[in-house]
Structures are given as C-alpha cells and as structure tokens.
Design a protein. Structure first.
Length: 225
C-alpha cells in the first residue's frame, strides 16, 4: 500500500475534511485571481513569466500565513465562547435556568437526531458534568498552531502544480493559459472530492465548483482584488 505524503497526513490530523477542501479551494482562487490580474500588465518574455511566478507564489505565501493566523484566532475565540457558556451555566440561579441555557445551545443540532425524552436525559447529564467542571481558558494551544500551520501548507501547496508552467514556458501568455487550465482542472477535482464527502453527484458538484470558483475570481478582479 502506498504511503500518503507527510503533508496530507499532517493536514488530515489537524483539519477536518471540509476545512481541508476549503483551504485548497481558497488557495486556488487566490492564485487564479493574482495570475489573471498580473497577466493584464505582465512583461513579455522570460521576465514576464518570472513576474507571474513570483506573484503566484508570493500571493499564496502571504494569504496562507494570514489564513493560518485567522485559524488560530478562531480556535481561541471558540474556546472563549464555550468558556462563557460554562460560566453562564454555573452561575445560573437555578437548575431549570441552567437547563434552558443548555437547551438553547444544543437543541438545534440534536432535534433531528434524538427524541425529546433522550435529549432531556442528555441535557441533565451535561448539566451535572458542566456544573462541577472548570471553565475553558482562552489560551494559545499547540493544536491551534499546528492547525494554523496545516492551513498555511494547504493554501501554499495548492498553488504549486499551477506554477509549473511558469517554470517550463518562456512565453507568459502560453504559461498563463496552461496554468489556468490546470487551475480549472483542480477546481473540478476539489468539487468531485467534496461530492464524495457530501454523498452528492461528482460531475454536477465538480462543474459547480468550477463555476463558483470562476465567479468568485471574476468578482475579485472586478473589485480590484
């Protein structure tokens, strides 16, 4: 059995499937946006190809770093929200009020999965556990940093296949067209992977992902992004 790349194993360990595909999609859209924008004013010859290569790599390095930082901040914010929820439950004036807080937080997610009687048993069990638990602190954790690093690697790695034409061709227009073709193919592949995860039609979702990606790129270009 073939071993998976270390980067893929690392990303699987620290990001859920939806987050992984979202990061790859984000990276593809960013590099497509920057190459299309840079292609409007690029110089001719090898200098132009080099400009496109630098623009594509630089863009995804920068946005991969930004996305990784935002992931870390989001993890800390989520713990802060959960910590305030635990504090609200522990400071409730009565068990019935505490149960109402739990119901309001959990009910929408469980309503379609369990009958009312089973949910009530779960809520009371949660109250018993949380009432004597310790509130979560909004501190930076190792897993936050590793997840942020996984975000950076996925955003950056997503641009590597599509910069290969800039290393092969000396004509910037030809390199850009081949790169864009690879980008569209990768958008379609991401869509099919998403379809397998969501149990949907691979062809339809793949084509929809291409359309959505190109639409987002068009909006970004029109807005000067």
């Amino acid at each position: 059995m073939n071993a998976q790349p270390k980067e893929e194993l690392f990303a699987h360990r620290h990001l859920d499937p939806a987050s992984r595909m979202g990061e790859i999609l984000f990276g593809l859209i960013m590099v497509l946006t920057i190459t299309l924008t840079a292609g409007l004013t690029v110089r001719e010859g090898k200098e132009g190809v080099r400009d496109l290569l630098i623009a594509a790599l630089g863009c995804n390095i920068a946005w991969g770093f930004i996305d990784g930082v935002m992931y870390v901040l989001n993890c800390m914010a989520e713990r802060s929200v959960r910590g305030r929820l635990i504090q609200a439950i522990q400071n409730a004036p009565s068990p019935s009020v505490a149960l109402d807080i739990i119901r309001d937080e959990v009910e929408p997610e469980l309503e379609s999965l369990a009958p009312p009687e089973a949910r009530e048993v779960l809520y009371r069990s949660m109250l018993e556990h949380l009432a004597r638990g310790v509130g979560l602190k909004t501190t930076l954790k190792k897993d936050d940093l590793l997840g942020g690093l996984a975000c950076f690697l996925l955003v950056f790695a997503s641009c590597l296949p599509v910069v290969v034409p800039f290393l092969i061709f000396s004509n910037p227009t030809r390199a850009l067209r081949v790169s864009n073709f690879l980008l569209i193919a990768m958008l379609f592949a991401v869509g099919r992977k998403w379809a397998a995860y969501a149990n949907a039609n691979g062809l339809v979702v793949g084509l929809a992902m291409v359309a959505i990606g190109l639409l987002l790129v068009g909006i970004a270009v029109l807005l000067g992004g």
